[in-house]
Design a binder for this molecule. Structure first.
Ligand code: 5IU
Length: 362
């Protein structure tokens, strides 16, 4: 589909991968193409700001490695808010190493990204195997998750061979069945990092069906959202860094085209790009473009915000969404530094959504 097609029709196109489809549905129902970039340095700040802006966003972007006390509390808190307020999580880790290393960076260590973020991003400068390596790690994580969930649901009581069950009472929300995994150390380790996080309600859901839009008059829009969208599926996807917003960056046209080529070879795992314009050119391309470097002038001001003095270059939502065909605006300090972040997130949501509606001719 071309970028002038509606998000809804792109969600429902038969070849659209499930995570892309889910996100496009979420965006349509919430009327939000806003990703908030939560560049904060403590868990408390992250959870507080996620609560403040959650209602207005479709995606929350993290830099987990700048959170000084990142850990279980961060992950549980963020997943809880994401579930309640209805957004997906994107860890802006910018992976860029050989396949074997990025698999470990993605699934293990203190960040264990695959456990809690639906979306992660990577550079392709190491070559295309960075993508296939991550795709394979993600599908292992998904397989393990589904097997584990299935076991919890079907077996009810814990079995004696549970490896992580020394409490008296089993916690039904804990996936402790490493025994159910079809063996292999790698898989077992993914289960271990997952055990305290996944709950039964996050089971994978089938390809979504058409949906009505969310009524803005609803007394509880978030409850509405859940009823219409269904539970979030446990799926993982990758964004390729095809273009950057910073001055003098080295990602030239040839590099951007190479990203597109690699993405097309991995359509089920690569849901799109971090870029500055739409890259969809073939009829089959349904990649989402997420665009950082977006700011609105303050409410009291007019004109354009230019940069941050450290190389960042800003554009407005109308330009990137309406004229360049980007799908999702990524906004950090524009919202983070506002006095009333809830109101500011809502102002950005509206601006992003109006630019999108204009572009599709509404
Ligand atoms: N980010 C960019 N530009 C890029 C890429 C990522 O700004 O090209 I790739 C990140 C950096 C920061 C956020 O986390 O997006 C933008 O934050 P501000 O809206 O505060 O500038």
């Amino acid at each position: 589909p071309s970028w002038t097609a509606s998000f809804e029709s792109r969600a429902l196109a038969p070849a659209t991968p499930p995570l892309t489809s889910y996100l496009l549905r979420l965006m349509t129902i919430k009327k939000s193409n806003l990703c908030f970039s939560a560049d904060v340095t403590t868990t408390s700040e992250l959870l507080a700001v996620a609560e403040e802006v959650g209602q207005s966003i479709c995606l929350l972007k993290t830099h987990a490695d700048i959170i000084s006390d990142f850990g279980d509390r961060t992950v549980r808190g963020l997943r809880d808010i994401a579930k309640r307020k209805g957004f997906l999580v994107f860890e802006d880790r910018k992976l860029g190493d050989i396949g074997s290393t990025v698999q470990r960076q993605y699934t293990s260590g203190p960040l264990s990204i695959a456990k809690w973020a639906e979306i992660v991003n990577a550079h392709i400068f190491p070559g295309p195997s960075i993508v296939t390596a991550l795709a394979s790690a993600a599908s292992d994580a998904i397989a393990v998750y589904n097997t584990a969930v299935h076991t919890v649901i079907t077996s009810g009581e814990p079995s004696s061979s549970d490896t992580d069950n020394d409490q008296d009472k089993p916690d039904p929300n804990k996936l402790t069945r490493t025994i159910s995994v079809p063996s292999g150390e790698k898989k077992a380790s993914i289960v271990n990092i997952s055990t305290t996080i996944f709950t039964r309600t996050e089971r994978i859901s089938p390809q979504p069906t058409p949906f009505p839009s969310m009524s803005s008059a609803s007394p509880d829009p978030l409850k509405d959202l859940k009823a219409k969208l269904g539970p979030a599926p446990y799926l993982r996807g990758l964004l390729l860094l095809a273009q950057m917003s910073s001055e003098g960056n080295l990602l030239d046209e040839a590099y951007t085209n190479k990203c597109l080529e690699v993405a097309r070879e991995n359509r089920n795992f690569v849901l799109g790009f971090v870029a500055q314009r739409s890259l969809n050119t073939l009829p089959d391309d349904n990649f989402l473009v997420m665009t950082p470097g977006v700011q609105l002038p303050k409410d009291s001001e007019t004109g354009k915000v230019s940069g941050d003095g450290l190389g960042q270059q800003y554009n407005g939502p109308r330009h990137v969404v309406g004229e360049l065909g980007c799908d999702i605006i990524i906004v950090g300090r524009g919202i983070l530094n506002a006095k009333d972040r809830t109101a500011e997130a809502e102002r950005y949501r509206k601006a992003g959504w109006e630019a999108y509606e204009e572009r599709i001719g509404l």
